[in-house]
Ligand binder design. Sequence first.
Ligand code: P6P
Length: 336
Amino acid sequence: MSVNRKIQTLDEFTIQQMRDFPHATGELAGLLRDIGLAAKRVNTEVNKAGLVDILGDAGSINVQGEEVKKLDVYANNQFMGVLQHGISCAGIGSEELDDIVVFDDPVSNNSKYVCLFDPLDGSSNIDVNVSIGTIFSVFRRVSELGKPATQEDFLQPGNKQVAAGYVIYGSSTMLVYATRRGVNGFTLDPSIGEYTLSHPNIKCPEKGKIYSVNHGNFFQYEEGVKSYITVCQKKDKATGGPYTQRYIGSMVADVHRNLIKGGIFMYPGTTDKPKGKLRLLYECNPFAFIMEIAGGKATNGKIRVLDIQPTELHQRTPFFVGSKLMMEELETHYKG
Ligand code: P6P
């Protein structure tokens, strides 16, 4: 009897992936399940964010007598908690934590992965109801199994990522993740509380008509960046310009849109901040990995983001990511 399985849940999908790889231990599937669970809890709180004046804001005590946490602190604790009590992760790095957290218990020390997170990127947009997101990056440990994870496990170049993904808390809640086998998107179905495969095998269109950048910094950008932005604005049959400018100041939402529709997202360095604003390990590397697997490109203006050798947990980098042909057009104007 054939099973007409039109809709696959995240768990069914990852289990199917495991069936295709007999040597898979299921640790990565477990990791994604843990992240998906924490994201459901974060989603519930994000959806209530507009009720802060009723539920109380950070630092207050809510009706259950619990201290209300800032949402990004709450999100951080959710992701750290599920991974610490799971079987797949030996430790995490997080935008919310100064240093790595090594779980250092017998089960975690035998886990082969570490994770880096931006638990709630764009959280300043919450009070104006703009979509925000969680970004994550997964590495296989380079330190000895059976012992605690070390700093080196986290300071690997992005080209060593095993998986990367994000959750976008928007008009719907989606979990998108990439492995070297492809990029797949799962939309949370609240009626069953499961992520269901809604965007199989995502590919970024080679060319798009959207460019995303903060124009407020225009006069602080290097000449090559300004030159490319001007091309985006000009009517030109050769480039298909003018493009549409879309920038909502929430990286997950901006890059997700451009991944699906085609486009380019830029957060260049400026005279005030030559390294830009975005963090390499848990913002740029994950999106660079996802975009390259989907057929796009990602650079710091000079080299592939994924080839950057990190030196610090929270280091920043200029970031350009998007459709292959638009990135190649940018490169003719700007080589850092
Ligand atoms: P700007 C949000 O604070 C964030 O980290 C990203 O999500 C977003 O792309 C960027 O900053 C926006 O920064 O300087 O343009 O407001």
